[in-house]
Structures are given as structure tokens and as C-alpha cells.
Design a binder for this molecule. Structure first.
Ligand code: GLY
Length: 569
């Protein structure tokens, strides 16, 4: 079948002033002095680059990326979902913005139980799956406080892409094919994603989203109140009421982005700045790094069975802690002792070099009843990184949760709503979509934020950022981000090499060690000999990063496993 969409996109781009690249933007950008951007999609990367070229800073570039990803990668993220943003500002301030969804006021602990059992269909598709979205509030907060370009300008640029359409990539096409039956159940989703695309969509098919363009323009002219206090909130509430949902206009009006203190840690002389609860990412990346600090990973080599075994054993311990201790810190007490070096040193003694251990459950960190993360401190999904020469660095991970979120498009708006209610623990010990188990700390409650694994992270050396990194893919986000850090710090790899290296993931339950086939048969056989239940993956995840080149310039890099791109100037 002939697919003329890319040519059409380039032609229309020229007519409408969209800067479509005539040659593909590469996975890795050459060293650039002024700034760099890396995302999972070349059109979004271009939008970030355009923002930098227009005089914006790395924060504006990140906002441009987020808004454009909501158009061209809308099955992963968008303003109907949430995001976490980790920032290092030019004046040296480090902070995180929590734009996680909140449970509606009407939510209750057992809302997904039917006849005593959790019904995952309810938490994954349709009205009850939806939390109050926080991405837009976060972008607006970042724009007002730290950006330079008007938000309206960035919205208009993304609206143009939605209006003229864009060629879907092969991942987008595969997501539509895989989610076809679920999307068909929701009229607006059916019209936008099924009727407007060929029956079997493929890379290069043109997707236009005129309603989404209109919504972005309403935001540009009326401000974000259109979404949280205006027409969009009202329309959503009406749809929810008619379809058995709990979300109300008052829930939208109540939504707040929460600035939180980052989780801080150190690893072999480097400093980690990552996302605090309600993400589990920062806590467990720091915990795992603390666990690994006593092992000579460099001597093991990053493709050896010893390396995979040691890192997997550390992951298992951390994920067992996640299941017990982690939740929204405004509702549950998450002990800060989880990131203490002494706690990790004690746990690390249980790691045996010769065989996989059985981790019975969570540990007890020091001061587990006294010292907590507090508000005043705090492959779905998408991650993007930006940096600029003024010294602004951004790591942002955004998500609707699983492909196309709840599949609900609020009628007439083109805005897809998330299904992040599935990230709560619907019932103790019952796995969610990602197989993650949780307990009381992550039980559902009105206004509470579901636990996340999103881990937008900055790595600093001598107080200066050297890497902005994060990933997509549920709990593997933690593993991917961790591995990128290990390969940077322990192995001195470039950002491209750090993302290209073979990946592993262990999340305690189920007791499975997922490894990319690239580790090779001998390593996999040795891991099985040590008692690991090995699951071989062709490809694991999608990470993006911006780091520094040897000449001091910025290098962006998109995961070589996917279709993303990086650019700088
Ligand atoms: N939606 C995946 C996460 O937040 O961990």
C-alpha cells in the first residue's frame, strides 16, 4: 500500500510554516553549544528545538515537547494525563513538579472490587479508570515560573501539528492495532483513531486531530482555566455522570500541581537528583545505587552474568520495599530511611554472589516510624530531556498510563483521559497492569495520587549537571534509568552507549528476571544456573537522555531501540 503521508506532511509543513525536517533527525545529536532535546518522536524533538531557537530556554523546550508529544505520541501521554518534571535551574536551584493525577473525591478504597475481587477492566478502561489530570497544570506552572516563551505560542505550534496531521510511526500504528477493540467502545476515540486511519494502520499513515487542535487553541486564548475551571471540566463532568464515572467539575477545580523537594542521593562521587513519592522511582534508584556501591561492578563488566545477577538481586530488595512502603506521601508515611546508606549496607549483606536469593518481603529501614517524605520536601508513558547553555536542565516523564489511557476521549475535545487509577493497589497483593503489587500505603483514597515508577533524574558531578535521563515502561522505568546511571558512572559510557547497553529488570514479584537477548546465551545460561527464572526480552523499554560531550557541548540521545530522535544547536 502506498503511504504518501510523510511527503504530504512535509509539503503542508512548508505551507503552514511547520519546520518539518527533510532528513530524519538522528537518534543522537552531535555536540551542541546552545542546547539539546531528546524525545521519542522527531516531530516533538523538532518542536523542542524550535522553542530553543525562538529564544526559549530548556523549560520552554520541555513544554513544547510535552504538548507536541500529546499530539504525535498521544497514546502515551497528553494533557489528559499526568507528568513528573525534575528541574535544575540556571541559578542552581533543584526542584521537582508533581503533576500526578489525583483520585476523584468520590473514590473509595474498594471501588474496583466486584464480588470481593479486583476487576482490572474497571481500573484500566472507561470512566472509573480516570484520575484528575495534572500534566497541563504542571506545564503551565513551569511556563509561568521558569519559562521565557508565552505558553500560547507553544500551544499554537502543537495545535498546527494536530490540525494538519502527522505520519504515525510504527509504534503508534502497532498501539492502534493492539487497542482496536477497546478504542471501538468509545465514540470519540473510535472516530479519531479508528475511522480516520486505515483499518490496519501502518507507519506513515496521516493522522489529523482537529478537535485536539481546537482544544489547544482554546487553551491558548482562554488560559488553563478552560481546562480546570471552564468548558473542558464541565464537559468531562457531564460525560462522567452519564457513563458511571466519579470525576466532577469540582475535582478539576481542586487540582494542584505540587512542587516537591527532589530525592537526593550520592553514588561513587556523583549526585543523584530524582523524583520523590508519589513516584517510587527516585527512592528506589537511590536505594539500589546504595545497595550496589559496595560491589565492584566495573570489574564485572556490564555484560557479564555477575553484573546482571548483582544488579537484579539489588532490584529485588528495592521492589519488595516498594510494595510495602511506597505511596502518596500526603496520605501515607514513606520512611526516608529507605535511601540511607546504612540501611542499604545491611540489606546488601544478604546478596550472595553464587545464587539468587528468595526475598520474603520488605525490609525495615531506620526510623521507619519517625522520619518520612513530606510534602514540603516530595512501554507506555514517555520521557524527554532538555538542557540549555544558561544551565537549565529538565528531565520530564509524562503518561496516560497504558496505551490510550482509559480510551475515553471527552466528546468534541480530542483529549484522551488517562487510566492512572490502575496504578493504585486495588486490593492488597493483587497485581496491577504491570504486575506490581502494593498494600495499604498505595490503597485508593479520595484526592490521593497513585504510586508511580516514573523517574525523571538528573546526575550531577561537583554540583554541575552531567546527565538528564528517564524512561517509559511501567516499573522497568526504574531499571532503565538505573542502568543508564550505572553505565555512565561505573563504565564511563557516553549517553548513547549508556542507553544502548543491554537491559535487565527484576521487580521482586513475579519472581522473574527479565533480560534482553543481547546479553547472550552464555550469560543467560549462567543466570539460570544461579537460580533465576529468566525471561528473555527482545527489547526492554524506551529511555531518552541529554548529557555532555567530551568537548563540553550537549549531546541528546534517544533510545536506539525505538523511533525517537535528538537534536541540538
Ligand atoms: N504509569 C506508569 C507509572 O506511573 O509508573
Amino acid at each position: 500500500m502506498k503511504r504518501p503521508a510523510l511527503t504530504l506532511f512535509l509539503l503542508l509543513g512548508t505551507i503552514f510554516g511547520l519546520r518539518a525536517t527533510t532528513s530524519p533527525i538522528p537518534r543522537e545529536s552531535p555536540s551542541a553549544q546552545r542546547g539539546s532535546v531528546a524525545t521519542v518522536n522527531p516531530i516533538a524533538t523538532q518542536a523542542g528545538l524550535d522553542a530553543l531557537r525562538a529564544g526559549g530556554n530548556a523549560v520552554d523546550a520541555a513544554i513544547a515537547c510535552a504538548l507536541t508529544l500529546g499530539v504525535v505520541d498521544g497514546h502515551n501521554s497528553g494533557i489528559g494525563g499526568g507528568c513528573f518534571m525534575t528541574l535544575r535551574l540556571a541559578d542552581g536551584r533543584l526542584l521537582t513538579l508533581d503533576g500526578r493525577e489525583t483520585a476523584p473525591t468520590g473514590a473509595t478504597r474498594d471501588m474496583f472490587l466486584r464480588e470481593g475481587k479486583a476487576d482490572s477492566k474497571l481500573s484500566q478502561d472507561g470512566a472509573l479508570a480516570v484520575g484528575i489530570p495534572g500534566e497541563l497544570a504542571t506545564l503551565a506552572y513551569a511556563s509561568t515560573n521558569f519559562g521565557r516563551l508565552p505558553l500560547a505560542q507553544l500551544l499554537e505550534a502543537a495545535a498546527k501539528v494536530a490540525e494538519i496531521g502527522f505520519p504515525i510511526d510504527s509504534h503508534y500504528a502497532s498501539r492502534v492495532r493492539a487497542t482496536r477493540n477497546e478504542l471501538a467502545a468509545f465514540p470519540d476515540a473510535r472516530t479519531i483513531f479508528l475511522r480516520a486511519l486505515p483499518t490496519v494502520p501502518a507507519k506513515g499513515d496521516l493522522l489529523k486531530q482537529p478537535d485536539l487542535a481546537k482544544s489547544y487553541r482554546a487553551l491558548a486564548t482562554q488560559g488553563v482555566d478552560w481546562f480546570y475551571r471552564g468548558d473542558f471540566a464541565r464537559r468531562t463532568a457531564v460525560w462522567m455522570q452519564a457513563n458511571g464515572g466519579l470525576v466532577t467539575a469540582a475535582d478539576f477545580a481542586r487540582y494542584e500541581v505540587v512542587p516537591r523537594e527532589p530525592v537526593r542521593g550520592t553514588y561513587r562521587g556523583y549526585e543523584l537528583v530524582s523524583f520523590p513519592p508519589p513516584s517510587s522511582g527516585g527512592v528506589h534508584i537511590v536505594e539500589i545505587l546504595n545497595l550496589l556501591e559496595g560491589f565492584d561492578l566495573r570489574a564485572m563488566g556490564d555484560t557479564s552474568a555477575d553484573f546482571v545477577h548483582t544488579v537484579a538481586e539489588a532490584m529485588k530488595l528495592a521492589f519488595a520495599d516498594r510494595a510495602k512502603w511506597l505511596g502518596d506521601p500526603d496520605f501515607t508515611k514513606v520512611p526516608t530511611g529507605l535511601i540511607s546508606k546504612s540501611y542499604a549496607a545491611g540489606l546488601a549483606k544478604g546478596i550472595r554472589p553464587d545464587r539468587a536469593t528468595t526475598v520474603a518481603g520488605a525490609g525495615t529501614p531506620p526510623f521507619a516510624d519517625a522520619d518520612f517524605f513530606r510534602r514540603e520536601q516530595s512501554r507506555h508513558t514517555t520521557h524527554f530531556s532538555t538542557a540549555d547553555a544558561e544551565g537549565n536542565w529538565v528531565a520530564c516523564t509524562a503518561s496516560l498510563n497504558t496505551s490510550f489511557g482509559s480510551k475515553v476521549v471527552v466528546p468534541g475535545t480530542g483529549i484522551l483521559l488517562n487510566n492512572h487509577m490502575d496504578d493504585f493497589s486495588a486490593q492488597p497483593g493483587v497485581p496491577n497492569y504491570f504486575g506490581l503489587v502494593g498494600a495499604k500505603a498505595n490503597a485508593i483514597a479520595a484526592g490521593k495520587r497513585p504510586l508511580s515508577s516514573m523517574s525523571p533524574t538528573l546526575v550531577l558531578k561537583d554540583g554541575k549537571p552531567i546527565l538528564s535521563v528517564g524512561a517509559a515502561g511501567g516499573p522497568t522505568i526504574i531499571s532503565q534509568t538505573l542502568l543508564a546511571i550505572l553505565r555512565t558512572v561505573d563504565f564511563g559510557k557516553s549517553p548513547r552507549e549508556a542507553l544502548a547497553g543491554a537491559r535487565l529488570h527484576h521487580q521482586w514479584k513475579p519472581d522473574e528476571l527479565h533480560v534482553e537477548a543481547a546479553f547472550g546465551d552464555a550469560v543467560i545460561a549462567e543466570l539460570r544456573k544461579r537460580g533465576h527464572q529468566v525471561v528473555i526480552e527482545k527489547s526492554l523499554g524506551a529511555a531518552q537522555a541529554v548529557g555532555l560531550a567530551p568537548d563540553g557541548g550537549f549531546v541528546g540521545t534517544a533510545d536506539p531501540r525505538n523511533e525517537g530522535s535528538a537534536a541540538g544547536f
